[in-house]
Design a protein around this ligand. Sequence first.
Ligand code: X8Z
Ligand code: ZN
Length: 598
Amino acid sequence: MQFAFTPSKCLLACAGLGLAAISTHAATPAQERADRFLTLVNAGYQALYRVNSEAQWLASTDVTPVHDAAAEVAGKAYAAFNGNPALITEARALLDQRAQLGPVTVRQLEQVLLNAAEGPMTNPDLVAARIAAETHQASVLNSFEFTLHGKPVTVNQIDDLLATSANLAERQAVWEASKQSGPALKSGLVKLQTLRNGVAQELGYADYFALQAAAYGLTTEEIVKLQDDFMREMRPLYLQLHTWAKYELAKRLHQPVPKRIPAHWINNRWGQEWPGLVEAADIDGRFKGHPPEWIIKTAEQFYTGLGFDPLPATFWTRSDLYPVPAGDPRKKNTHASCWHIDLGSDIRSLQSIEANEEWFHTAHHELGHGYYFMSYTRPEVPPLLRTGANPSFHEGMGELISLAAGQVPYLQTLGVLPADFKADQTAFLLNDALANSVPFIFWASGTMTHWEADVYAKKLPPEQWNARWWQYVRDFQGIDPPAPRGEEWCDAATKTHINDTPCYYYSYAIATVLKFQLHEYIARHILHQPPQSCNYANNKQVGAFLKGIMEKGGLEDWRVVLRDATGEDLSTRAMVEYFKPLQAWLEEQNKGRALGWE
Ligand code: X8Z
Ligand code: ZN
C-alpha cells in the first residue's frame, strides 16, 4: 500500500543513477534537453524521497508529536521539489515534443507530472494544508486505542477474538469495538475530501479518484466499469459461496438462516475475507507454537528458493516486524506495509507479526513488495520508474506467492502439516475461494471502490457517508450490520486505506484477478501441473519468470507487460477456471436453498 502525498509507501526506493535517466534514443535536441532535465529530476526525486520516507517511517513506527512535526516538514520538502512549477512547465513542454523522445523518457516525464499532481506548488497553501491534514490523519489512525468492555484491546486481539469466539453477544461487542475509530477519523477525512480533490484539480484532473486512475492510464469510469465487470463475471460463484456460508454460519451459531450475513458473524472486521469457515481446511492452529520470527524467515525462504537474493542485512536491523510489547507505551501503525526507503537497498517492512495463518499470508504479501523493489533497483531503471508496472502488479506479486505458500505439499515440507496429511481438495479450494479471493472482489471492487468514487468523484456529502457505506456493503457484499449504523459512525474510516491510501483499493481487486492469470501461466506452462494443486517451491524457472516481470519496474505499459508475460489481457477467465470444480459442488450443497439476498 502506498502513501498519499508520496507516490508510494509499499511503493515507498537508486544510487548511482547518473546514466540511468539518459535515454538511448537518437539524440534529437528535445531528447538532449529531456536527458539533462531528467538527470536533475531523478537525483532530486530520489534524495527527497528518502528524506520523506525516513520521516514517515519514524512517524508510523513511533507516533509522537515530534515525529508528526518532522513528517509534515519532510512532506513539504518533498512536495516543494516534486510539485515545483518550473518542473511542471518543463515536463509539459517536453511532452509537447513527445514524438522526438524515446518511450522511457516519455514515461518518466509522465511520472514527473503524476508526482507533481500530488503536491502542486502552483498552490502552496493548498499543498501545505493537505500535508498537514494527511499527517494529522495518519497520527490519529496510527495511535488509536480500541477498548473492549472498558479495557484497551489491540487489533491482533480483536482479530483473534473474531476468529475464535462462538458467543454472538461477545462477537458483536468485539465487532463494535473495531468500529470505534471511525468517529475520531471522520472530521479529518471530511477535510481531506476537499483537499485531495483540490490538489488533483490544480493540475487539471477532475478529482482525486481521476488522478489515481491516471496511474493506470484509465479514467474513473473505466476503473469503475472494470470493477463492475469483475463482479458480474464472479457473481454466479459468489452467490453460491454466500449461500453456503450463511447456512454454515447459522448452523454454527445456532441461528435462523438470515437473508444477508450479519457482519459480526464473519471473522474479518469488514467481511473482506471469510476465513475459518471450512473446518477440513482450517489450519490456523497449526501455525501456533512457532516463534513469530519463523513466519517472516519462512516467507523470505520461499523467495530465495525461487532464486531471489536474500533480503538486505538492513532489512533485519531496520524493519519493525512485531507487535509492541504489552506495557510499552509506543504507538505504531498496526497495518502491514513494505517501504522502499531510498529507492535503493534500504527496504523495510512494518508489521505486527504473530504466529498465525493470517500473518503467514501477510508476510508473504509484504515480501512481494520487497522483492519487487529489489528486482527493479538497477541502473537501467531510473528512480522515477522504480514502481510496479502498475500498483496492482505490486500488490499481485505477494498475493501470488501467498497463494503458492498456502499449498498443502509445501506446507507439508515446512512441517506445518504432517507428511501423511490427506487433504480434502474440495475443502481447500472452498477455503481458498472464501478466505482469499471471491468475497474479497465484492468488497474491493464493490464497497471500497464505489464508496471512494462517490466521495471523491461525486463529492458525496459527509452526512450521507455511513448510509452509503452500508448500502454498498448490503448490495455488493450481501452483509448487514448487527444493528443500525447512523451517521454518528464513519465505518468506512475504520479501514486503513480509506485514510492513508485513498482511491487505491481497486488495485487489490485487480491484483487478485492478475494473481490467477500469473498462477495459471506458471502452473500450466512452467510447472506442467494443475493450477489447483501445484508446487512452486524451489523452482528457479518460476523465479526467473517473476523476476522478468518485476525487474522492468515502470519501464513499459502494464498491458504490454501482462500480454508479454501471459499472452493474455487482464481477465477473470483464469480465476473463474480455477474455481470451476467448486461451482457444481456448491450447487449440490445449496440445492433447495434460496440464492442471493434481494
Ligand atoms: O493492505 C494490504 C496489505 C498491505 S499492501 C497487507 N492488503 C489489503 C488489506 O489488508 O485490506 C492485502 C490484501 C488487501
Ligand atoms: Zn501490499
